[in-house]
Ligand binder design. Structure first.
Ligand SMILES: Nc1ncnc2c1ncn2[C@@H]1O[C@H](COP(=O)(O)OP(=O)(O)OP(=O)(O)O)[C@@H](O)[C@H]1O
Ligand SMILES: [Mg+2]
Length: 305
């Protein structure tokens, strides 16, 4: 049984257990249920031990670089859910994201991995939360430049999580109205760049399927160590599987005690197996479990080959 399968199964067991103890059929949204973020991973990571396997890009911005054209914007990140902006690296949930980062570096030792799509089976499982915090924790490493893209053109949320402008963004680029660097924003975190979804979105499915998405990736990828792509849920609409073709890896978010196993499997089946780099179990209630749980589904290729 693959480790990703095991992770999905464990999530289903949790869901069954929580339904047995809580007769209400639909759990409340995660944000309402918890005071502070809960997430997936539990190992401590020594950031010094992370491999320096890619060119380091960050440092003073070269004024001749096209990146110097990115707009410097005022951001007001959500305090409770954007974990890495206040300089306090001990926020609840932050250690889990450091471990996730470490897992992705380990995956990258075995496969080409820079562009990572974040998706889930259903709405509201924590895709945008995961994408935003993963991008931040990557950018917090010295010398790592990260691009976070809101490619959920149906229900864009990242701009409001980060407290910044929604446009111009990806949709304006895909519609051919603007160039790739004019849709990027820089905020308070030096190495974190952001592309919002944009405001020009009447035909999301056609837009994400356009050749211009690939063109965008080609033009920008050499400027970044990591590109994290937020997406719509994979089961109701096809955007995520289309977007995955422009990425090397896919992380599937499974909401603890909520996502039915069959639905999570359907999401998994949307993607080629070699692209699946892991499952993030989001929203664990650690107190009720008495210990931190961790579904070690990452780096499937590395552990099963
Ligand atoms: N682990 C967490 N701890 C606290 N709040 C969370 C957590 N995960 C998600 N949330 C909150 O739950 C809400 C839904 O999360 P999010 O927007 O990331 O889901 P999504 O899967 O991107 O939804 P959609 O399918 O609508 O794009 C948001 O308000 C988010 O801040
Ligand atoms: Mg979202």
């Amino acid at each position: 049984m693959s480790r990703i399968h095991e992770a999905l199964k464990k999530a289903e067991q949790e869901r069954a257990a929580s339904q047995a103890s809580l007769p209400t059929s639909t759990p409340p949204p995660i944000a309402e249920k918890q005071d502070s973020p809960a997430s997936v991973v539990c190992e401590s990571v020594n950031p010094e031990a992370l491999p320096s396997d890619t060119q380091r890009f960050a440092g003073p911005m070269d004024m001749d670089s096209p990146l110097s054209r990115c707009a410097q914007t005022q951001w007001k990140p959500e305090e409770k859910t954007m974990l890495f902006f206040n300089g306090n690296d001990t926020a609840r949930g932050s250690e889990e994201f450091r471990t996730l980062r470490s897992r992705l570096y380990h995956a990258r030792e075995k496969m080409a991995l820079k562009k990572v799509l974040i998706t889930s089976a259903l709405p509201r499982e924590g895709k945008s939360f995961t994408a935003a915090n993963l991008a931040q924790v990557m950018a917090r490493q010295h010398g790592r430049r990260v691009l976070l893209i809101d490619a959920d053109l149906r229900s864009p949320r990242l701009h409001s999580m980060l407290g910044t402008l929604a446009s111009p963004g990806l949709s304006e680029f895909l519609n051919g109205r603007i160039d790739e660097f004019s849709i990027m924003q820089r905020g308070p975190m030096e190495n974190l760049f952001f592309v919002p979804a944009g405001g020009d979105i009447s035909n999301p499915a056609e837009l994400v399927a356009s050749e211009r998405l690939r063109l965008f990736m080609q033009r920008v990828e050499n400027f970044f160590d990591w590109i994290i792509v937020d997406s719509p849920p994979a089961v109701p609409v096809s955007d995520a599987s289309v977007l995955a073709k422009a990425c090397e890896g896919v992380l599937i978010v499974v909401r603890s005690s909520a996502t039915p196993l069959e639905v999570a499997r359907r999401a998994r089946d949307e993607f080629a197996e070699q692209m699946l780099v892991g499952v993030v179990l989001n929203g664990m209630d650690r107190q009720s479990d008495g210990y931190m749980q961790y579904y070690d589904a990452y780096t499937q290729q590395t552990t099963e080959s």
